[in-house]
Ligand binder design. Structure first.
Ligand code: GLC
Length: 822
């Protein structure tokens, strides 16, 4: 039974009838048709369809001319687009001309004329409301949507945007751009992710995702401080409202919709050394030797374009890189892997035996001009063709190009220049009237202009690479890094922030870029450590390494016309500091890997702004421009102005905090945010641990390929909600999908008489590298009695660090360790 209502001339007639489809409504009429999972609205010629995907997520489609067009998406997973829940519909009793429907968590109130939508929580707090000034305007194929911007709201996400972390008061355009030399106010940049999270509003956090591939734009109150506006130059009006009220929930839902990043190979979390370019296999070998002799823990060395013959993708220079499999095996003996660049432009080499071009032509795999000829643009290798990634057969052909490199043992691939970048051309990309020929499941086979496809082209490039790697090496987790991407691209590739510069300001920008990328689904991002372009001072490179040690992707990279950046090049003092931070990263690997596991299941980013875990810090402005959280437990607090030697305040959200480096308690309990003044020093990066954290750590290794010698340690920082997670698997295969993993939650509760540590039941069947666990309770004075499941175990006080250490055999199942004050 559904409710149908038609309004004519101001009178509302409401009837209960069975409806199979939208009843035809005379143009100019206004009315609604209730569906099981939403409501269809007609307002003049305009149609709107609201569908409850879940109880906290709505899809809104608006057809200004009455025709919704094709229902297909490159970003949203088809299983989520077709999902829906029941809504109850009621005509709003007191307000004629409105219709109200509800899910278990949301109320939608729709006014029929002029058309407007208000979404509230069940308590009636407005989550998002269309602007009374008019919700929708169209101009040609383009549209603008306007919503009320509440005074307390702050905006995040939108991918790799630069500037302040909070987008309020700013406007942005999404148009994938080779933004070489970008600066603080550059826009657009490399990626297009038309999704934002709004936090701090009356109903908590919510997000809006505009599922539109064209040139989209967002205005967070710049033109009018009371209006949030967004739109596109063309394409469908198709957006999702995702309700929190926590930011965490918004991102979980957004990544339900657009996909979670896959669990990475463990080595992705290691230190990575790159350069444009290491010019020969011998140079790579000598960098590898030096990394090992300097004892700089490292997992990966990267090959930039000069390993190729004449910059031609999928070739190698026979003189400088004569034997790739031999290079791979030499490096693997040193526990190092190779990642190689494979750009997407395919040079037009006629009758020269260059298979990528010849098979590409034979299979009709290249993008066309409107006259049907193949489009040719100039890039690194010279005049080149561009694969038609909107065709699934072309993506399969592209994936096949990796066979040789996969057979040679190359571990991962780097997809660059995929905005796509084209030299000497207007807008530095291909002509917008180039013709794509979509042939893809779920889409109508049709021609599409490059203007429509441009923003997703890079993502489809990475999808082809990722899926190709899956086919060629089905038992290994693929690693792809990309420069350009789009909403949903986190399913296929990690990303980096492109061609940044060697300045202190760029170090600061990188932090906000990575935080906003994390809130846009891209949990794995990095910035070229030291800056790509220019010359970092030794201090800048050192500080950048310190900070990057706590960010998801940790890769040093530099331009070919800038000095080398290998960690040892600035003398022993700098090398020692850099090594110390890289080592800290490797000791924290179990913590990082547990975050990766959490991310793969939930989409929650590794690197988080403070308000993510402590929503009240938005109000207290505790989110300093450079401070961030790694997971829920670690607070990294670099100086807000890196150049300044002046002491600065670190703001701590409410609660107690410990110094990660000393284990000492630095902030005592308090209901409000507190500050601590810190003096910057070259060899110091303030890192703090939240009370209640249980941090898993491991003995130092020189690569994640090495099995740690010794025990897994669990550092306990007593406090409320005391919790930690242990996660382990083989680090590279897909066996984790089939019980080949170990996940165990550890909890603790402290009292005046001691502390009880509970190991929950273990999930999965994986046998880890450790046989014993060392529990280190911080801020423990004196000795103690310890019992594991009733049996006495030895406890040692470490007075120097006020720590109590208890070593136990690895608890395979649920266990309880009771430690009491003696
Ligand atoms: C682009 C990339 C850069 C790379 C260079 C050569 O500029 O952004 O990282 O080193 O191309 O491939």
């Amino acid at each position: 039974m559904r409710v149908v209502s038609h309004r004519r001339g101001g009178a509302v007639i409401c009837a209960m009838v069975l409806v199979a489809a939208l009843v035809s409504v005379r143009a100019e009429a206004a009315g609604f048709v209730a569906r099981e999972d939403g409501v269809d609205i007609q307002s003049g010629v305009v149609r709107m369809r609201v569908t409850a995907i879940t109880d906290d997520m709505l899809r809104v489609r608006i057809a200004p001319s009455g025709d919704f067009g094709e229902d297909a998406s490159w970003a949203v997973r088809s299983d989520w687009r077709t999902r829906s829940v029941k809504v109850s519909v009621a005509q709003a009793a007191r307000q004629p001309g409105t219709v109200e429907c509800r899910t278990a968590n949301l109320i939608m109130r729709i006014q029929l004329e002029p058309l407007s939508l208000i979404v509230s929580d069940l308590a009636g707090h407005e989550i998002t409301a269309d602007s009374p000034l008019g919700a929708i305007t169209t101009e040609g194929a383009g549209f603008s949507l306007r919503k009320i911007l509440s005074e307390s709201e702050h905006f995040f996400g939108l991918g790799d945007k630069v500037g302040r972390l909070d987008h309020r008061g700013q406007t942005f355009t999404n148009w994938n751009t080779d933004a070489y030399g970008f600066g603080e106010s550059s826009d657009p940049l490399y990626k297009s992710i038309p999704f934002f999270v709004a936090a701090g509003g009356p109903a908590g956090s919510y997000g809006i995702f505009l599922d539109n591939t064209w040139r989209t734009w967002f205005d967070f109150g710049k033109r009018d401080p009371h209006t949030l506006a967004f739109g596109s130059t063309a394409g469908p009006i198709d957006y999702y409202v995702i309700y929190g009220p926590s930011t965490r929930h918004v991102i979980e839902r957004y990544t339900d919709l657009t996909g979670k990043p896959p669990l990475p190979p463990l080595w992705e979390l290691g230190f990575q050394q790159s350069r444009y370019s290491y010019m020969s296999a011998d140079e790579v070998r000598s960098v590898a030797r030096r990394l090992r002799s300097e004892r700089i823990p490292t997992d990966v060395i990267w090959l930039d374009i000069d390993y190729q013959s004449h910059n031609r993708p999928f070739t190698t220079n026979p003189r400088t890189f004569p034997d790739m499999p031999a290079l791979v095996s030499d490096l693997s003996r040193q526990d190092l892997r190779l990642v190689a660049i494979t750009d997407l432009h395919i040079p037009r080499l006629l009758n020269q035996g260059y298979a990528p071009y010849e098979t590409g032509v034979a299979g009709d795999h290249f993008v066309k001009r409107p006259d049907g000829s193949t489009y040719i643009g100039e890039v690194w290798p010279g005049p080149s063709a561009f694969p038609e990634f909107t065709r699934s057969v072309t993506r399969t052909w592209w994936g096949e190009q990796y066979r040789g490199f996969i057979n040679a043992g190359i571990a991962g691939f780097w997809n660059d220049m995929n905005e796509p970048a084209v030299f000497n051309s207007p807008g530095k990309t291909m002509p917008l009237d180039n013709v794509h020929r979509i042939a893809e499941q779920g889409f109508t086979e049709r021609a599409a202009s490059h203007e429509e496809i441009h923003n997703i082209y890079g993502m489809l490039n990475t999808r082809a690479t990722f899926e190709g790697m899956q086919r060629l090496r089905p038992d290994e987790r693929p690693f792809v890094m990309t420069r350009a991407s789009a909403a949903g691209g986190q399913r296929y590739a990690v990303t980096w922030t492109g061609d940044n510069s060697s300045t202190w300001n760029h170090l600061k920008l990188a932090i906000t870029q990575m935080l906003n990328l994390g809130m846009s689904g891209f949990a794995y991002s990095g910035a070229d450590v030291g800056g790509f372009e220019g010359t970092p001072s030794p201090d800048l490179l050192t500080k950048w390494i310190e900070v990057a040690a706590f960010t998801p992707i940790f890769r040093v990279h530099s331009a070919n016309d800038s000095p080398h950046r290998e960690p040892w090049l600035d003398g022993a003092e700098h090398t020692n500091i850099r090594r110390k931070f890289i080592e800290a990263r490797y000791r924290l690997m179990p913590y990082l890997y547990a975050l990766a596991d959490e991310n793969a299941r939930t989409g929650v980013p590794l690197m988080r702004p403070l308000f993510y875990e402590f929503p009240e810090s938005i109000e207290s402005q505790c989110d300093a421009p450079t401070s961030f959280l790694l997971g829920a437990q670690l607070l990294i607090a670099p100086p807000p102005n890196f150049e300044s030697p002046a002491a600065y305040p670190v703001c701590f959200p409410a609660g107690e905090w410990f110094d990660y480096w000393t284990g000492g308690k630095v902030v005592r309990s308090g209901p409000k945010a507190q500050t601590l003044t810190v003096t910057p020093a070259l060899d110091r990066l303030p890192v703090f641990v939240r009370a209640g954290a249980i941090l898993p750590q491991q003995p130092l290794v020189q690569s994640t390929a090495q099995i740690p010698h010794g025990v897994l340690s669990l550092d306990i920082y007593p406090g409320d909600e005391c919790r930690g997670v242990i996660y382990a698997d083989d680090g590279h295969s897909m066996a984790f999908l089939n019980q080949g993993y170990l996940r165990q939650v550890v909890r603790c509760s402290a009292s005046r008489t001691g502390i009880v540590v509970n190991f929950d039941a273990r999930e999965g069947q994986y046998r880890p590298w450790w046989q014993q666990i060392e529990i280190r309770v911080h801020q423990w004075n004196g000795t103690a009695d310890a019992r594991l499941d009733g049996h006495t175990v030895a406890a040692h006080a470490v007075p120097r660090s006020d720590t109590l250490s208890v070593r136990i055999d690895d608890p395979h199942g649920p266990s309880t360790l009771s430690i009491s004050v003696r």
